[in-house]
Each structure stands twice: as C-alpha cells, then as structure tokens.
Design a protein around this ligand. Structure first.
Ligand SMILES: [Zn+2]
Length: 261
C-alpha cells in the first residue's frame, strides 16, 4: 500500500515537473508572438492577447487535449506547445504527432491576416517567382519575406526545378479533410513543385498513423526558407513537403528553445 502511494506521488510530481517546464516557456513565447505581430497585438494581459481593434483572444482554455483535439480546437497555448526545429532533422523524420506549426488557433490567424476571403484579397501583392506571377499577402510583410527567399534561391540554378511551377499560394479553403482554414487562405504559404512532394494523405496515411516517406526536397531550399521566417511542412509528423508557410515567430521560438525532432 505504502509503495503504491509512493509511486502515485512520484508520477504526480513527474507530471507536474514536465508541465511546469512547458508552461515556463510560454511567457517568452508570447512575447515573441507579440513582437512579430506588433501591427496587430497591443498587449499580453493575464490570460488574453489584446488586439488593436479591442478584440481579446484567450491564451489557455484550461482544457486537456490529445493531439487530434489540439488540431481541431487549439487555443494559443496549444498553438505554441510544439517547438519548430530550425535547421535540424531536414530528412523529415518526426516523432509521432510532432507537428510544430500545424496546431493553429483559427481566430488568431483571422485576426492577424484576414477574417474573410474579400478581406484577404485586399492585402494581396503580386510577386515574381522565377517567371511566374504569384499572389502573396502583404500582411505582416509576408510578401517581402518571400521576395527575399526568391532572391537567395535564385543563386542556385540547380534548385529551380524543385521550386517552379509553384502549386499555389492564395486559395481561400479549408485544410483537406477538416473544417479549419488553410494558411493558403491568407496567402501566407507557398507550395513548391508538386512533382517532388510527399504528403501524408496521398501516401495513404491516417491521422496519427502516417506512412514513412523519402524526402526529395534539398536541404538548401529548407535552410533558405527558414532563414527568412518560413517553416517547412516536411518537419511535421503529418508531412507536406511542398508546403512552406510564413511563421517568423515560430522560427524565433525554435531557435531560442532546445527542440527535438
Ligand atoms: Zn501548402
């Protein structure tokens, strides 16, 4: 009896220590988020992000969720709970359900980008992508970041075939198989040439149970996108290797905190 009480106490203290560790990073992560969306966020107060238009979004809803529930109904804390590994594990072998950047709070994205299709369209800028014309959002200067990516990638002619034709930037739509908006809805993501892509659904994967893949996207491409604030979908357990999305806060958080694949 005494032994079992001891075991229970040890388990509780272990759970508390791992929780505390995760929570301990949250204030710093929120400050980084605020910095990168400074044109929208005025303050982080108690359990809320306060926006310039007066809107408040709750940070922690207090609900314990498994990974699939986090994807479906993420609060801000869930959104920041997985750190993106910058510059490492480029062969895209993530541990189960490690999807850094894929857990998104819809409300937050609608607030910092656009809440409707017509609002999103107002912010579109046309940029050159190796001879193609692509529409990218000017919100949070995403279009300028993608121009920098193109300028740097232009130095490597051998990489051109992976990058163009692009499989798309702007498309107001839900993520396949879900009711959540894709980041393509805000034109803050780019799909490169589909010919070299691996996508967990196409490979016959199920949520929480994907099939392994051989990555064909060169490391140099991933490195240059990350340098300018884009995360790569090949670093998700539920992988999407043609997909890069503009998440400069996650890149900075990933650099600041030790991150495993
Ligand atoms: Zn995509």
């Amino acid at each position: 009896m005494r032994k079992s009480i001891f075991i229970v106490a040890a388990l509780i203290s272990f759970a508390m220590s791992t929780n505390t560790k995760a929570d301990g990073q949250l204030p710093a992560k929120l400050e980084i988020l605020k910095k990168h969306y400074a044109e929208h966020i005025t303050a982080i107060e108690d359990n809320f992000i306060i926006f310039k238009d007066g809107k408040k979004i709750r940070i922690d809803d207090g609900i314990k969720k498994d990974h699939q529930q986090k994807l479906k109904q993420a609060d801000i804390e869930d959104m920041l709970s997985q750190n993106y590994p910058v510059g490492k594990c480029n062969d895209g072998k993530m541990t189960k359900d490690n999807d850094p950047g894929r857990i998104r709070n819809d409300e937050f994205f609608r607030q910092v980008f656009a809440s409707t299709k017509s609002q999103a369209e107002k912010h579109l800028k046309t940029i050159d992508w190796f001879g193609e014309k692509l529409k990218v959002t000017s919100n949070n200067n995403a279009h300028m970041a993608l121009i920098k990516v193109r300028e740097e990638l232009a130095r490597y002619k051998n990489l051109r075939k992976y990058l163009t034709p692009s499989a798309g930037t702007f498309n107001w739509r839900n993520i396949a198989g879900t009711k959540r908006l894709s980041v393509h809805s805000f034109a803050a993501a780019i799909d490169i040439n589909v010919k070299y892509a691996a996508y967990w659904r196409w490979a016959g994967g199920k949520p929480g149970q994907v099939k392994p893949f051989g990555n064909k996207i060169p490391k140099k491409i991933i490195e240059i996108f990350e340098k300018h604030g884009f995360i790569w979908g090949g670093k998700w357990y539920h992988y999407d290797t043609m997909h890069f999305e503009y998440r400069p806060a996650l890149i900075e958080i990933g650099k600041q905190f030790k991150t495993n694949c």
